[in-house]
Design a protein around this ligand. Structure first.
Ligand code: CMC
Length: 432
């Protein structure tokens, strides 16, 4: 039974009246916070597809219509008119910055690029073959140890220092990503230059040779900037929920985002961009035009990586923007990539196939992001690292929102136990 403000659930002769919460975009949620106390029941929702874990004012997604907004601004408008750092500020603080605020934010990011010598030794201590995501997660957590005043696990103090922690993290994630690459390639560490944008500096820190001032192609920097902007936030996805969950226990921001990196790493989440390139390369090497792979995906043997989304049941708006950016970058660089042709063919086959149509499986953000990153010369195993750089402001914003909420609760879901009933210990000699 539904009315405007409550839902009544009945079981036998018992009933529970649940208030209904309505979000600013008209989304309805049944508030079951008192369900167990009043009825003894819990809800069961593996994968949390129907569970709201928080109220949030950061990102709005309408998956059916393919809408994504940061703080109310459509993603298409931000991708066209803003840039990564300005949008990061918007997502974290809720409003677009004034010219002065933006300048201070940028300067603070630039000034925090240095990495402590001892931490550099740690980066160098990782095996050359280690996955960069393992290194990044470890380094972000270790980074907190060099800023004890920012990572106190005293919520009040960590919030008072929030602005500084924010620019330290946005700056250092870039420095750590580039430094890991330089070590793995036997190159000396490079520092950012004043006057370069965030992305120009990342490309400079990754690819410039000692003593050489290699120019940065503006289209390349723009493509990377758009890609990072599109990744800033995506409401309560796996890594963001992890950041909130870790933070909900009182952990500082460094520890929380370090856990976020681990959650992002998997191929069903932020590792999908790497998995897309591996899939396209496998198809290319096997001489398949994509149709055999699609058949295997339909039989459940493999997944078509870069396709499907828990929330989008329509074309992911980020994928549309990235596809355009992808075509632009190939034009600008005057290069070609056989994997782009395969991606186009796969998309064509899948979008016209009943299996994909009936399940609303469309390309997601990762379908074209890997092809762009490949064109920029980023090694495949660093693709999830780039995703983490883009997602960093979103994790920071979500941690802040969670930490500032008065009376915020530790995240602690329940379970339905399906193990053995009570039994008693059998001494070793008596076991058969
Ligand atoms: N290829 C083939 N079949 C698929 C795919 C796919 N990529 N994705 C879902 N399906 C099928 C799935 O087999 C199931 O079929 P059936 O109903 O017959 O059992 C149906 O579609 C629903 O799938 P699901 O696994 O219940 O959907 P989900 O919402 O739990 O999973 C997903 C979402 C993104 C994990 C999944 O679509 C997937 O694994 N995609 C490939 C990996 C990928 O590209 N991940 C990046 C997501 S975007 C970046 C981010 O925000 O993290």
């Amino acid at each position: 039974m539904v009315n405007k403000s409550e839902i009544k659930v009945t079981f036998g002769n018992r009933g529970y009246i649940a208030p209904v919460i309505v979000g600013t975009e008209g989304e309805h949620a049944v508030d079951i916070r008192k369900l167990r106390a009043e009825t003894g029941f819990i809800t069961y929702d593996e994968g949390y597809g129907n569970t709201g874990s928080c109220e949030s004012a950061i990102t709005f997604i309408d998956g059916e219509k393919g809408i994504l907004r940061y703080r109310g601004y459509p993603i298409e408008e931000l991708a066209e008119r803003s840039n990564f750092i300005e949008s990061a500020y918007l997502v974290i603080y809720g409003e677009l910055p004034t010219a002065r605020q933006l300048e201070d934010f940028r300067n603070s990011i630039l000034m925090n690029a240095g990495i402590h010598e001892a931490l550099r030794t740690m980066v160098a201590g990782f095996p050359m073959t280690a996955h960069p995501m393992a290194g990044l997660s470890a380094m972000l957590n270790a980074l907190g140890c060099y800023y004890p005043e920012l990572s106190s696990n005293n919520r009040k103090q960590d919030l008072e220092n929030f602005d500084r922690t924010t620019t330290v993290l946005i700056s250092k994630v870039r420095a750590l990503a580039a430094m890991g690459y330089r070590y793995r390639n036997g190159l000396p560490v490079t520092y950012p230059k004043r006057g370069y944008s965030y992305c120009e500096n990342f490309l400079h820190m990754m690819f410039s040779y000692p003593g050489e001032d290699s120019p940065i192609h503006p289209d390349v920097a723009k493509a990377l900037d758009t890609l990072l902007l599109l990744h800033i936030d995506h409401e309560q996805n796996c890594s963001t929920s992890t950041v909130r969950m870790v933070g909900s226990g009182g952990a500082n921001l460094f520890a929380s985002v370090s856990a976020g990196v681990c959650a992002l790493w998997g191929p069903m989440h932020g590792g999908a961009n790497q998995a897309v390139i591996e899939m396209l390369s496998e198809i290319n090497a096997g001489g398949d035009d994509g149709s055999k792979f699609v058949q295997r995906a339909k039989s459940g043997e493999v997944r078509l990586m870069g396709f499907g989304h828990r929330v989008y049941k329509n074309y992911d708006p980020r994928a549309k923007i990235l596809h355009k950016q992808c075509m632009k970058i190939f034009d600008a660089l005057g290069t070609d990539d056989p994997l782009l042709k395969i991606a186009h063919r796969l998309e064509d086959i899948a979008l016209n196939d009943e299996y994909f149509k009936s399940r609303n499986l469309y390309p997601n953000v990762d379908f074209y992001s890997g092809i762009i990153l490949r064109a920029l010369g980023i090694p495949v195993n660093m693709f999830p690292v780039i995703f983490a750089m883009g997602r960093m402001p979103g994790w920071i914003a979500q941690w802040k929102e969670m930490a500032e909420r008065p009376g915020g609760k530790i995240y602690r879901p329940r379970q339905v136990y399906i193990g053995e009933n009570e039994r008693h210990f059998i001494p070793l000699m008596e076991r058969v």
